[in-house]
Design a binder for this molecule. Structure first.
Ligand SMILES: NC(=O)C1=CN([C@@H]2O[C@H](COP(=O)(O)OP(=O)(O)OC[C@H]3O[C@@H](n4cnc5c(N)ncnc54)[C@H](OP(=O)(O)O)[C@@H]3O)[C@@H](O)[C@H]2O)C=CC1
Ligand SMILES: O=C([O-])C1=[NH+]CCC1
Length: 299
């Protein structure tokens, strides 16, 4: 993220090719100029929310990353991108939360959405943060519009991570009540969080992209918040609706990381509007490729 804000990363706004009214292909080329994590790559990712209704347990998001030699342009690898997309998206939310809540006490975390992103955010946030609601008990709240799915996820997470209690909420309003941090990771095309439900100083990681990238939160939340983005070019292209609403972006998270922007005050509601960056995929693909070479080819 720091490299993006220092302009050591090249990633034009991605192309979106619709295959029908709800599904699309994103083409995400990126170049990262870094001796350890640098790479030239292009992620091809399809988003098909209706896969969930096909009854075949198909992921709704499917990605592959093509990795190229920066000098010769020769294709080096095609790397499956589903796990990479999950992890790098949660990692971006962790970094945004770290920098935007640095001066705030964190007790209550609410995750809205129990799909792939909801799950990986729960795993990442229990690892990096200490959300203790009461009696020093670590707790993470999870809501899904279909409660059964949230119950299944909660049961799985409670078996895997015994240091934290994962609790299912039937109401999104109750789930976000008193939350210090909220993560929205759904395909909701209508707001699932309202301003009047929030307390002062809440930080929201808005990850989901339904029809637009900003449909999970009410307009009043955006207008009342300091909104941060991952990269300006993407925001200019994909967040036009927010700009038309009068929302001014405070800056890129990478600028906060590099110390170029002062984080918001403790009582200010903040939103990290996560679009997802091609260079996050670049860095991860390079890491996977290097590990593969070391482990299997002894190079
Ligand atoms: N910012 C970024 O970098 C990235 C963003 N995303 C976005 O994150 C979101 C989640 O992705 P992912 O977890 O992989 O997808 P999944 O299909 O695994 O999960 C989607 C979740 O959204 C819920 N959901 C679906 N429709 C609605 C609705 N109308 N209202 C409320 N909840 C709904 C689903 O519940 P149920 O199954 O019960 O219907 C499920 O819990 C997507 O919008 C995706 O585009 C994904 C990757 C990267
Ligand atoms: O960056 C990404 O991979 C995505 N953003 C929205 C859907 C997938």
């Amino acid at each position: 993220m720091g490299s993006v804000s220092k302009r050591r990363a090249i990633q034009t706004a991605r192309a979106r090719t619709c295959s029908n009214s709800t599904s699309f292909l994103l083409t995400m080329p990126g170049f990262l100029d870094d001796s350890n994590f640098g790479a030239l790559s292009c992620k091809l990712i399809t988003v098909c929310p209706n896969n969930v209704h096909l009854g075949k347990s198909l992921p709704t998001i499917n990605a592959n990353i093509t990795l190229f030699d920066e000098t010769t342009g020769i294709l080096k690898a095609i790397i499956s991108g589903n796990e990479i997309t999950k992890w790098r998206t949660a990692a971006a939310s962790v970094v945004a939360t770290k920098y935007l809540t640095a001066k705030k006490g964190l007790r209550v975390l609410a995750i809205l959405g129990a799909g792939a992103q909801g799950e990986i955010h729960a795993v990442a946030f229990q690892h990096f943060f200490n959300f203790e609601e009461a009696n020093s008990k670590r707790l993470i709240r999870i809501w899904n519009h279909n409660t059964l799915k949230a119950e299944k996820l909660v049961s799985k997470l409670n078996q895997l991570y015994c240091g934290t209690v994962f609790k299912c909420f039937k109401s999104n309003e109750m789930c976000v009540k008193e939350a210090d941090v909220i993560i929205t990771a759904t395909f909701a095309s209508e707001p699932i969080v309202q301003l009047k439900w929030l307390k002062k100083g809440t930080h929201i990681n808005a990850v989901g992209a339904g029809l637009t990238h900003y449909s999970e939160l009410s307009e009043s939340i955006y207008l009342a918040s300091d909104v941060y983005i991952d990269y300006s070019e993407g925001a200019e292209a994909e967040l036009t609706g927010l700009k038309e609403l009068g929302v001014e972006f405070k800056g890129e998270i990478g600028t906060l990381v590099s110390g170029g922007v002062s984080p918001s005050s403790v009582n200010q509601i903040t939103v990290f509007q996560s679009l997802g960056m091609a260079v996050e995929d670049c860095a991860m693909a390079r890491m996977v490729y290097d590990l593969y070479k070391k482990q299997y080819r002894n190079v």
